[in-house]
Design a protein. Structure first.
Length: 255
């Protein structure tokens, strides 16, 4: 092969190598972008609605949405509310009484409403299929509800005493106070569920009837671990109308 042909061949090889270097990575990156876009475009969503009662004494209410899967961002969830009068509230709503909550957490969003309508509110979540999420609410009201474990550090085989108070500020009687307890084995995510009522009838663990203090005892504490309790209270009064509250707390039963 002549020297001239060798030089020409080298030049051609250099040009081809340059083309591969400059164009192939860009083409591969474009292909990845298209794949993500197609996946996002095909995202299937489902809708879930839950209801919350806001009483007449409420000064403010906050509705929150939380999820744990970091693959999904805020725009993947459509979070909205429907007021008792039928008004639809979403992230585009412009109202001085409605604050769109943008927390420091990337996996949460919510609404805070001043002087909310009383009645049944609907929480509407449109979410990616097979995604786990939680909705929660906080109500600032002159109708106060609180509960706690009277023995916050129970031992194995010692009963857990639960007490809830509902005040307006006078005692609120006749409410339905339901408890769901999840009993976790130590070091496990598995649990056993128990359902029971807190009563204000002056019997058993409840010291005095109709004083707005609701009490229950849970005795199945034969295993060490976390005992997580959700209390839901529901009822009505002349001032507040219908009301609803929900709180969760956990305690650890040790040996």
């Amino acid at each position: 092969m002549s020297k001239k042909k060798v030089i020409i061949l080298i030049i051609v090889l250099v040009i081809l190598a340059g083309l591969v270097y400059f164009f192939y990575p860009k083409q591969r990156k474009l292909s990845q972008t298209q794949e993500v876009t197609i996946t996002t475009g095909k995202m299937r969503k489902e809708v879930k609605e839950t209801s919350v009662i806001v009483d007449r004494l409420s000064k403010k209410v906050e509705f929150d949405l939380f999820w744990s899967d970091e693959r999904y961002k805020k725009d993947d969830f459509e979070f909205s509310l429907r007021s008792p009068s039928g008004r639809l509230i979403n992230e585009n709503t412009n109202d001085p009484k409605i604050e769109i909550i943008s927390t420091g957490l990337a996996l949460a969003k919510g609404f805070r409403i001043t002087s909310p309508e009383s009645g049944v509110w609907q929480i509407i979540v449109k979410y990616p299929k097979q995604t786990e999420f939680n909705t929660d609410y906080i109500i600032w009201s002159d109708l106060k509800f609180d509960w706690d474990f009277l023995n916050p550090t129970p031992k194995v085989n010692e009963p857990i005493i639960i007490q809830a108070k509902i005040l307006e500020p006078e005692p609120v009687t006749g409410a339905e106070v339901l408890a769901t307890l999840k009993k976790y084995k130590k070091g496990s995510i598995n649990y056993t569920r128990f359902n029971f009522r807190l009563k204000d009838d002056g019997k058993g663990s409840d010291e005095k009837a109709n004083d707005g203090i609701y009490t229950a005892i849970f005795s199945n504490t034969n295993e060490e671990g976390n005992y997580c309790l959700e209390i839901k209270a529901r009822g009505s009064t002349q001032k507040a109308g219908e009301f609803e509250r929900k709180f969760e707390k956990c305690t650890f039963v040790s040996r």
